[in-house]
Design a protein around this ligand. Structure first.
Ligand code: DOR
Ligand code: ZN
Length: 349
């Protein structure tokens, strides 16, 4: 097979950032995704409908000429979020709220420290049909960083899912067999996104032969048995799992740093990275459902009607991307060769 035509995909989890970064990040995603869930961890975070709508407009303004790309907006939950915030946000088209445990990752200092105190908010989200997107890691200092996702399942995820059976919950960027098993057993209102880095890499790729800061993200890469469990999930074709890149740009100097930032900027090669994995696994026929159908179905949105086409051709992910102000970023998988390349997008079948 030399070309692969798919229904146009959506990215169900990514970070566009703001202001000067948008002319870089928005075209990168709008190149082949019709929609994307825009994460709200700006500084300050997007915590209400007005902020979400203003951010949406800034993203729309950064689209390439003629692009119909549609950002899907989210609120960042804090201890101050009220049920009325949810009602207002829903009325303005916000589709989901993101739960970051305080201190879990980039710009999460304002996040939630008492998850149970948010149950009235979850109740309203369940009633209003607003999805709950969860960064599923505990942040207790005595819990080992490699065990934080599993600990979150037991401490918070299982109780939330049990308490709100009709709330749609997305376990974001899962990294462990434990999370995959939890989602599989969770019924039709529980789903998960999987990133390219967690399918392609394991913690050896972070630590063997030297620290690789551009492979550092959160949740951190896990051992190869967990990577294999995620690869098994995509091979299974289970509809509860779908594409969410967690593309998360940081300037090179903040990654190559004594205290480097977490995040992999994968937008310019995202669909090609997933194609690489699905090809390696011999399941290219499962890519379309994962990239273009399961997420829309879970969110209760229409599937896209156009298509994109990838071509089998070897190409190298560039070593860097340079912003207008001269700042360098190192894309995820920089310098590596991929076997599939986007040939055309938004074609009418
Ligand atoms: O690696 C990550 N980077 N994980 C996250 O959860 C946040 C993201 C970011 O915003 O940079
Ligand atoms: Zn993220």
């Amino acid at each position: 097979m030399q070309t692969l035509t798919l229904r146009t995909p959506d990215d169900w989890h990514l970070h566009f950032r703001d202001d000067d970064m948008l002319p870089e990040t928005v075209p990168a995603t709008a190149r082949c995704f019709a929609r994307a869930i825009a994460m709200p961890n700006l500084v300050p975070p997007v915590t209400n409908a007005d902020q979400a709508m203003a951010y949406r407009q800034r993203i729309l303004d950064a689209r390439p000429q003629g692009s119909t790309f549609e950002p899907l907006m989210t609120l960042y939950l804090t201890n101050q979020t009220t049920p009325q915030d949810i009602v207002d946000a829903k009325a303005r088209g916000v589709v989901a709220c993101k739960l970051y445990p305080a201190g879990a990752t980039t710009n999460s200092d304002a996040a939630v420290s008492g998850i149970e105190a948010l149950y009235p908010v979850f109740e309203t989200m369940q009633r209003e049909g607003v999805l709950l997107l969860i960064h599923g890691e505990v942040t207790d200092s005595h819990i080992d960083i490699f065990d934080r996702e599993k600990a979150f399942i037991d401490t918070h995820m299982a109780p939330i899912v049990a308490a709100f059976p009709t709330l749609k919950v997305v376990f974001e960027h899962i990294t462990t067999a434990d999370a995959a098993d939890f989602v599989k057993a969770g019924g039709s209102n529980v789903a998960a996104t999987i990133t390219p880095q967690h399918l392609l890499l394991n913690r050896n790729d972070l630590l063997v032969g030297g620290v690789r800061p551009h492979n550092y993200c959160l949740p951190v890469l896990k051992r190869n048995t967990h990577q294999q469990a995620l690869r098994d999930v995509v091979v299974s074709g289970n509809k509860q799992f779908f594409l969410g890149t967690d593309s998360a740009p940081h300037p090179r100097h903040k990654k190559e740093n004594a205290c480097g930032c977490a995040g992999c900027y994968s937008a310019w090669s995202a669909i090609e990275l997933y194609a690489q994995v699905f090809d390696e696994l011999g399941v290219l026929d499962k890519l379309e459902a994962f990239a273009s159908e399961n997420g829309a179905d879970f969110y209760g949105l229409e599937r896209n009607t156009t298509t994109i086409t990838l071509q089998r051709t070897a190409w190298q992910v560039p070593e860097k991307v340079t912003l207008a102000d001269g700042t360098d970023m190192v894309p995820f998988f920089a310098g590596n060769t991929l076997q599939w390349k986007l040939q055309s997008a938004f074609d009418t079948p």
